[in-house]
Design a protein around this ligand. Structure first.
Ligand code: HEC
Length: 121
């Protein structure tokens, strides 16, 4: 009798463990859907780095030739912009920045996620 109670407890707790794992797995994949930082970093290196520099600091030569001040992407001015506004700039360009070709909506979301990580540094 006692043994079966024990077995029931063990079974119940392992079922609970599986359920918790599933919840953790699904919640981490929702975070990814909002923008994958590593994927964003890869796209950034390919399509943005030449003008914006390795960590968003801006390429001085490009700024000079376009006669603009390239703001650091980690700066407060850039980081305080809303997600939607940044995404619009990434997709459509802004001022002297022409729209970047061949960016998928996923690329834009991933780039945004990556740009947000520049903030802390
Ligand atoms: C050909 C050079 C060039 C490329 C490539 C480029 N940008 Fe830009 N970007 C600029 C310039 C120049 C500005 C400033 C525009 C202005 O102020 O007139 C700018 C501005 C921005 C801004 C707004 C920052 C601010 O001043 O508030 C964001 C965000 C941005 N770029 C993101 C990106 C991302 C992400 C990519 C890659 C997908 C990218 N840019 C590719 C030249 C470039």
């Amino acid at each position: 009798m006692r043994r079966s109670v024990l077995m029931a407890i063990i079974t119940a707790s392992s079922v609970l463990g599986v359920v918790i794992c599933l919840i953790l797995l699904t919640s981490s994949s929702t975070v990814q859907a909002a923008g994958d930082v590593d994927a964003g970093k890869a796209v950034y290196a390919k399509k943005c780095k030449t003008c914006h520099g390795a960590s968003g600091e801006g390429n001085a030569a490009i700024a000079k030739s376009l006669q603009v001040t390239l703001k650091h992407l980690a700066s407060k001015e850039v980081q305080q912009k809303k997600d939607d506004d940044l995404k619009k700039e990434i997709n459509e360009g802004t001022g002297k920045m022409k729209p970047v070709k061949d960016l998928s909506p996923a690329d834009a979301a991933n780039l945004l996620a990556y740009i947000r990580t520049l903030k802390e540094k």
